[in-house]
Design a binder for this molecule. Structure first.
Ligand code: HEM
Length: 150
């Protein structure tokens, strides 16, 4: 039995684990909190010239970028039959992937400023704000699917 066959065979058990432990609804909270906190800390740090908040902004973004791929993967594994064909969920699925990639790029950009001990630049903050708005839309779409039937 090769590795691929093993992985394919284990898939139903992994999906069952992710669904029963509700891993996606748990992980979304980290992504949804860390990215806006990083953005807010950078804005305040830049305005008040506060070093400590600048470091907080960097590290919260690092944690967000590490956790978010798991948020997206558990989202795929959490996918259920009634999510098929729902426009909001189709957007949620692809926006989630886009957000994960965008967050990686934002981290690389922010790393340059971190290394040069610079305040977050205005173009960076504009992009981070766009990402926060996209994240709000993402959370709204997921929540709408979960809670609209209640
Ligand atoms: C940045 C990434 C993502 C964020 C922030 C996010 C956010 C959310 C939120 C807030 C919910 C509602 C959870 C609850 O309160 O119970 C949700 C549900 C859900 N998300 Fe995501 N999500 C992300 C990525 C993805 C991806 C890539 C998929 C892939 C298909 C996905 C699939 C789902 C599914 C299937 C549900 C449950 C819908 C249902 O109950 O039918 N998510 N998501």
């Amino acid at each position: 039995m090769n590795t691929l066959t093993l992985a394919t065979g284990a898939m139903p058990a992994i999906r069952q684990f992710v669904s029963s432990m509700k891993l996606h609804p748990i992980l979304v909270n980290f992504t949804a909190a860390l990215v806006p906190v990083s953005f807010a800390c950078d804005v305040v740090a830049r305005s008040l010239k506060n070093e400590s908040l600048r470091h907080t902004a960097w590290w919260t973004l690092v944690f967000a970028a590490v956790i978010t791929p798991f948020t997206a993967i558990t989202g795929w594994l959490f996918w259920m039959g009634d999510d098929n064909g729902v426009t909001g969920m189709t957007i949620h699925k692809w926006l989630g992937i886009g957000l994960t990639v965008a967050l990686g790029s934002l981290l690389a950009w922010r790393f340059q400023q971190h290394r040069q001990k610079q305040w977050a630049t205005i173009p960076y903050l504009v992009m981070a704000a766009v990402l926060v708005i996209a994240l709000v839309i993402q959370g709204h779409l997921g929540g709408e699917q979960v809670f609209s039937g209640m």
